[in-house]
Design a protein around this ligand. Structure first.
Ligand code: A2P
Length: 430
């Protein structure tokens, strides 16, 4: 005799709209195109997601790591998810996949089994294979360097933001250039806001979008070291480029970048975060930093460099090598201060793409020119690589690292896996 049809329960993968900062990392990472977005929310297609977890470690806020048990036939559609301001609560009458009698767990549910980013990271640090950590899925490390300090994350959220006062806002780029990049200093007063170099914060711009919703937070890397933009002060700096064009090159005013670039001293901003627990610097004195960036991607490099400069340890053998790309010298943020750093402290290599009368030069070209020195660093187990800036640069940089490795007798695929496993290759591109 046939029994009742089995009730299929799905452990549905969802994104928390209250925490998500709409950075698009998950959509770019998903190997099966299960993630999509509209003007409001990032959502997961229940029928496409296979819970491979590839998107979980790269998410800067952890918004991606949310799961609800639902009857498979009643999985939340993407249209429902687009309308959410917050996640639905777990329906207590729907059991765990495979737990209730007669329930057939979906493959997606079985694969996810409740793992979260921190577990994945912990597994990786112990040398286990992390689901979705293959180089075809996650290209950078999902664990921090072994000697990184422990970061604080999510101290302030959309529901409980804190405030900071603007104590400085300076244009970094030549006024005659198109690139309007600002150095903005925010002071938290007596509110604790501990950050490490490489972490980011979220800014909540005031006002509402065209559909009447409050703006979601925009994420910015901190450009100052852990002890403050001004040592001993409870302040951080950001490097913000005024957005005047969308990705298609059409004129548009970026909501948050314009808000930030127009701030005056004394203005008060709403802040959430800090975010980020992997793109962190090593703390052992013989660790080397190989830093590759374009434009505002220089923010974390400035933070790390400044930390190392303030704390130059006697006898420390760690080297700093920087490749920094910009359109022109006048559009390179922090050009002056960078040039003033002693040559025996940092090996700086600039690449300008739009200098009149000069051939286009990208960071990859500069790296090729310095191949023997890059190879020397690649061979050293104390080298930590940081890439931050334009998305388009990521492919080119990984390719040139591969070329240099191979040309100097290193098997790149194996080295790449090792760099990721050991938290020594960090990518943050947008
Ligand atoms: P380009 O002149 O081709 O735009 P931006 O000022 O837009 O933030 O860009 C910073 C620098 O990064 C510019 O010199 C820009 O060159 C360069 N860039 C653009 N695409 C790439 C890429 N795929 N790889 C490396 N650098 C790039």
């Amino acid at each position: 005799m046939n029994g009742p049809a089995p009730v299929e329960i799905l452990r549905q993968h969802l994104i928390d709209p209250e925490i998500c900062i709409r950075c698009n990392t998950c959509e770019e990472t998903c190997p099966v195109d299960a993630i999509t977005h509209d003007g409001v929310n990032y959502v997961v297609k229940a029928d496409v997601c296979n819970a491979c977890m590839a998107c979980v470690p790269p998410c800067p806020t952890g918004a991606i790591d949310n799961w609800r048990n639902v009857l498979k036939a009643e999985a939340y559609s993407i249209e429902e998810q687009f309308g959410w301001d917050e996640l639905p609560t777990q329906n207590p009458t729907v059991g765990a996949p495979g737990a209730s009698s007669g329930a057939a767990a979906s493959t997606a549910a079985a694969a996810s089994s409740g793992a979260d980013a921190s577990q994945a990271a912990a597994a990786a640090s112990e040398g286990d294979e992390v689901p979705g950590s293959g180089s075809d899925m996650v290209r950078g490390a999902t664990v921090p360097p072994w000697s990184a300090a422990r970061p604080y994350v999510h101290l302030y959220t959309h529901k409980t933001p804190t405030t900071a006062t603007v104590v400085g806002n300076y244009r970094l780029t030549d006024a005659a250039t198109e690139s309007d990049i600002h150095h903005i200093v925010l002071d938290f007063g007596t509110m604790p806001f501990p950050v490490l170099e490489g972490q980011s914060i979220g800014i909540l711009p005031p006002g509402k979008s065209a559909d009447g919703r409050t703006h979601h937070a925009r994420q910015y890397s901190v450009a100052s070291p852990r002890d403050g933009e001004r040592p001993g002060y409870n302040n951080v700096s950001l490097t913000v480029k005024r957005v005047t064009r969308d990705y298609g090159g059409n004129a548009t005013d970026g909501v948050c970048s314009n808000y930030l670039c127009d701030l005056k001293k004394g203005d008060v901003v709403s802040v959430i975060g800090p975010f980020g627990s992997t793109f962190l610097m090593p703390n052992h004195p013989n660790s080397h930093l190989l830093m590759i960036c374009t434009g505002t991607g220089s923010a974390p490099m400035r933070a790390m460099t400044e930390y190392r400069r303030r704390r130059r340890l006697k006898g420390a053998t760690g080297k700093l090598m920087l490749f920094f790309g910009a359109r022109t010298q006048q559009e390179l943020p922090y050009f002056g201060p960078l040039m003033n750093l002693p040559k025996d402290f940092i090996d700086t290599n600039l690449a300008f793409s739009r200098t009149p009368g000069q051939p286009k030069r990208y960071v990859q070209d500069a790296m090729r020119e310095r191949a023997p020195d890059v190879a020397h660093l690649l061979k050293d187990g104390n080298t930590h690589i940081y890439v931050c800036g334009l998305k388009g640069m990521e492919d080119g940089v990984l390719q040139v690292l591969g070329e240099i490795a191979q040309a100097h007798g290193m098997a790149w695929e194996a080295l790449w896996e090792r760099l990721k496993r050991e938290g020594r290759l960090h990518l943050e591109t947008y």
